[in-house]
Design a protein. Structure first.
Length: 154
């Protein structure tokens, strides 16, 4: 079993502010009517606040603050409000050394959630173990062998 306790991320904070700032510059550089330009800028600001609260700071009641993966492919999501949801990891998750996006779908949910993970959100060994597990699982479409020692402890 692999447990992740997700910390707030300064790296994600910087990326979100920079990307939204670039979008604001694009909106301001295009000749648009004032009402449309204002609407787009308000939408960008609201999206930035939502993304920072949900992904970077994990401060909203429905933000995922912990994940627990089972060897059979099941998972548990812990939300900020204390709710635990049974879920499964989807094959459309993305894994790279600098960024991991875990696509996870709760059993009774209509839509999947994207849990964005950067290296500063987890301990280095846990982040590496997660990436290896996801790559193995996504690459093979199977579950790890029962004798795998996930975190180097018995």
């Amino acid at each position: 079993m692999l447990r992740l306790s997700i910390r707030p991320s300064r790296q994600l904070l910087a990326v979100l502010i920079l990307s939204h700032g670039c979008a604001v510059v694009c909106v301001l550089s295009v000749p648009l009517p004032l009402w449309l330009r204002s609407g787009l800028l308000i939408a960008l600001l609201l999206n930035l606040v939502f993304d920072l609260s949900n992904q970077a700071w994990r401060a909203l009641p429905f933000s995922v603050v912990a994940l627990e993966f089972e060897r059979e492919g099941g998972a548990l999501m812990a939300l900020r409000n204390g709710e635990l949801l049974e879920a499964r990891v989807l094959g459309s998750s993305f894994v790279a050394p600098y960024l991991t996006i875990v696509r996870i779908k709760a059993k009774r949910a209509w839509f999947a959630r994207n849990v964005v993970l950067l290296p500063d959100m987890l301990a280095p060994a846990v982040f590496r173990t997660l990436r290896v597990w996801l790559k193995w699982r996504l690459g093979r479409g199977a579950t790890p062998a029962a004798n795998v020692d996930w975190l180097g402890s018995s």
